[in-house]
Design a protein around this ligand. Sequence first.
Ligand code: ZN
Length: 293
Amino acid sequence: MSSSTDGTLTGQYVGRFAPSPTGPLHFGSLVTALASFLDARHHDGRWLLRIEDLDPPRESPDAPARIMSQLDAHGLHWDGDVLFQSQQLSAYDLNLTHLRERGLTFPCKCSRKSIRGVYPGTCRSRHFENTDPPYAERLLTRGPPVGFDDLILGRHTFQADKDFGDFIVRRKDGLTAYQLAVVVDDEFQGVTHVVRGSDLLTSTPMQVVLARLLHFRTPQYAHIPVVLGSTGDKLSKQTHAPPVEETSALSTLRLALQVLGQPESPGTSVESLLSDAITSWDITRVPRSSFLM
Ligand SMILES: [Zn+2]
């Protein structure tokens, strides 16, 4: 494994699919899983599964087993053991401590309601020793613009103070914030390529900042179009998107390939369809704009 000058990995490809277990997979999440799977397999890479179970109140206890059953039925077999974020808490704490000891985080007692738009740095001069819990912990963001080259969406550049500000790395309720957990896990799992929905594009610069501060390798990113329901909202549990059914895997996969701009396959089984799709996968054919169902 070697790094290019911008810290992007070269060498063995490692991809991952990282759903939150808030419910079963719907069509939009299956499209994401398929895209990351095909990109990994086309590059003879490994494809890992991570269950992002960091927010118990939002989660469904049955969801992890159902998600795995749905992936299996669609032929999306992952490599190795499933990583659960709930097993990673000490790794998150350790990395948060590294940041804190370097003076890169500060306590924040602002309420969510009091902040409109980008956090203006209200609590930057607050000190941990003079701050009673509960408080959130924010990353002190400074420095030059953060840029990355997305494999689908091209070059993107973000400005910390205008685009995301001092973001939360540990929540007021003590839970590790999503951005930090993802970065620690991607490094832990050796992930080289992150293929995910474009709704997460605005999270990417925060993750790039964290990875650099923690001296981790920055993965290559590819953001695929979000699948929208007929009302124009992203398919999600909140918009009551139905789960993908194990029994209609073949037709679901055909539609998902269409959404991803990939050629039709004559395959009449999940296995043969996927085998064709792996061979013919071409990320440059993935459309850049969202797909309306
Ligand atoms: Zn604050």
